[in-house]
Design a protein around this ligand. Structure first.
Ligand code: FNR
Length: 383
C-alpha cells in the first residue's frame, strides 16, 4: 500500500472497506448537499500569506480547549454510528485521540456505550448530548457521563428534527444493517468489516438500548429520531442541563450572530460554529464563512470553536487564524477509522498535524496561538 499522505488517501481505502450504507451515511449532506459541498470549497477561497526568513525552531501547535491542554487545535467531533464504520469504532477512535493528546467526543448515538469507552481508555473523553422528550432518560445520560469521568459536555442544538439525507432513506439505514439481499452482497464484498463485526458484541446503539423508556424499534434511524428527539428544546433548557452537568458546557450548532449572543447569555463555556457538516439546514452558509462575524460579535465573551469541512491542517490553520480557538473533525477521522481502525485515526491526526505544523512555519509563525487574520488573504465579499 502506498504511504498515506492525505485525508483523501484514507477516504479511498475507506470507501472500499465499509458497507455502502455506512459510507453513504457519512459521505452525504442534507437535500441538495449545497452546504455540505461549500463547507469544503469555501476553505479554498481563503489564501495564506507567506513569510520568509523567520526563525522556525521550537514550534508548537499546542493550545487549550475549555481549559484543557490539547496537542493541536483539533478534537474528534461526535459522530453517530461510529461503531458501524469499524468494529468497536468509538473505543478505537477514543484510544487514538488520547494517545495523540486531543479530545474525543462520544455521540449520544454511539454504538459503544459511555461505559464501554470509559472501560477501554485511561483519560477523560467528552460526551455529546442530544435532548430527547424523555427528560428522565436525559438526566440519567448526563449522570452516566459524569460517573464515567467525562470532562466536557457538548450539547447539540441544531438537530431537534433531522435534515433529510436521501441516501439514508433509500438504503434503509439501520444499526445493525438489515440483511436484505442487496446488503448481504455488499457486505460479502467487505469481508474484513464483516469478520470484525462478528468479533464484537457491540452492534446497536449502546447508550440508548436498554436505557431509554419507550424505545422499541431502532431499525430506522430517521423515524426513531423523529419519535424520540425533543422538538421543543430551547434556550431555557440550558439552565437545567448546565446545573445537572456541573462541568464545562459547549454549545454545538451555532451559525448565527444572534444565537451566538444568546449562547453567551446562557452561560455556556464555549460554542461551536457548526452546520453539522452540512447535514441539517441545506442552503445555510458554510461554517468558515460565518466564523468571522461570530468571532467579531462575541469572541471576547466566549471561547469559539468551529467545525464542518475540515479536511487538512491548512483548513485548521485558517479557522484558527480567523479566530476559532480550536476545531473539530468529523469525516476526516471517520475515513481513517473505516480504512484502518485505530491506526487509521492516528494516521488522520498525523496527516493533519504535519500539514498544520508545516503550514504554520511557512506562514512565519512558531506558535499556533499567535495566528491571526494577518496571516490570511481573505477575498473581498467573503464576509
Ligand atoms: C455527525 N455529526 C454529529 N453531531 C452530533 O452532535 N452528534 C452526532 O451524533 C453526529 N453524528 C454525525 C454522523 C456523521 C456520519 C457525520 C458526518 C457527522 C456532526 C459532527 O459532529 C460534525 O459537526 C461534522 O461532522 C463536522 O463536519 P465534517 O468535519 O464532517 O465536515
Amino acid at each position: 500500500m502506498p504511504p498515506i499522505t492525505t485525508i483523501d488517501d484514507l477516504k479511498t481505502i475507506y470507501k472500499r472497506r465499509v458497507p455502502t450504507m455506512f459510507y453513504d451515511y457519512a459521505e452525504s449532506g442534507s437535500w441538495s448537499e449545497q452546504t455540505f459541498r461549500e463547507n469544503v470549497s469555501d476553505f479554498e477561497k481563503i489564501r495564506l500569506r507567506q513569510k520568509v526568513a523567520v526563525d522556525m525552531t521550537n514550534r508548537s501547535t499546542a493550545t487549550t480547549m475549555v481549559g484543557q491542554d490539547v496537542a493541536m487545535p483539533v478534537a474528534l467531533a461526535p459522530v453517530g454510528l461510529t461503531g458501524m464504520q469499524h468494529p468497536d469504532g468509538e473505543i478505537k477512535a477514543a484510544r487514538a485521540a488520547e494517545k495523540f493528546g486531543v479530545p474525543f467526543t462520544l455521540s449520544t448515538m454511539s454504538i459503544c456505550s459511555i461505559e464501554d469507552v470509559a472501560a477501554h481508555t485511561t483519560k477523560p473523553f467528552w460526551f455529546q448530548l442530544y435532548v430527547m422528550k424523555d427528560r428522565d432518560f436525559i438526566e440519567r445520560l448526563i449522570d452516566r457521563a459524569k460517573a464515567a469521568g467525562c470532562s466536557a459536555l457538548v450539547l447539540t442544538f441544531d438537530l431537534q428534527i433531522l435534515g433529510q439525507r436521501h441516501k439514508d432513506i433509500k438504503n434503509g439505514l439501520s444499526a445493525p444493517p438489515k440483511l436484505t439481499i442487496r446488503n448481504m452482497i455488499d457486505i460479502a464484498q467487505r469481508q474484513r468489516w464483516a469478520w470484525g463485526m462478528l468479533g464484537t458484541k457491540r452492534h446497536s446503539f449502546g447508550n440508548i438500548v436498554g436505557h431509554a423508556k419507550g424505545v422499541g424499534d431502532l431499525s430506522s434511524l430517521s423515524s426513531w429520531t423523529a419519535e424520540q428527539f425533543d422538538p421543543a428544546l430551547n434556550w431555557d433548557d440550558i439552565a437545567w442541563i448546565k446545573e445537572r452537568w456541573g462541568g464545562p458546557l459547549i454549545l454545538k450548532g451555532i451559525l448565527d450572530v444572534d444565537d451566538a449572543r444568546r449562547s453567551v447569555d446562557s452561560g455556556a463555556d464555549a460554542l461551536i460554529v457548526s452546520n453539522h457538516g452540512g447535514r441539517q439546514l441545506d442552503g445555510a452558509l458554510s461554517s468558515i464563512r460565518m466564523l468571522p462575524d461570530i468571532v467579531d460579535a462575541v469572541g471576547k465573551d466566549i471561547e469559539i470553536h468551529m467545525d464542518s469541512g475540515i479536511r487538512s491542517g491548512q483548513d485548521v490553520l485558517k479557522a484558527v487564524a480567523l479566530g476559532a480557538k480550536s476545531t473539530y473533525i468529523g469525516r476526516s477521522f471517520i475515513y481513517g477509522l473505516g480504512a484502518m481502525g485505530e491506526k487509521g485515526v492516528t494516521a488522520a491526526l498525523n496527516v493533519i498535524h504535519k500539514e498544520l505544523d508545516t503550514t504554520m512555519a511557512l506562514c512565519g509563525e512558531r506558535l499556533i496561538t499567535n495566528m491571526s487574520r494577518d496571516n490570511l488573504l481573505i477575498p473581498k465579499g467573503f464576509r
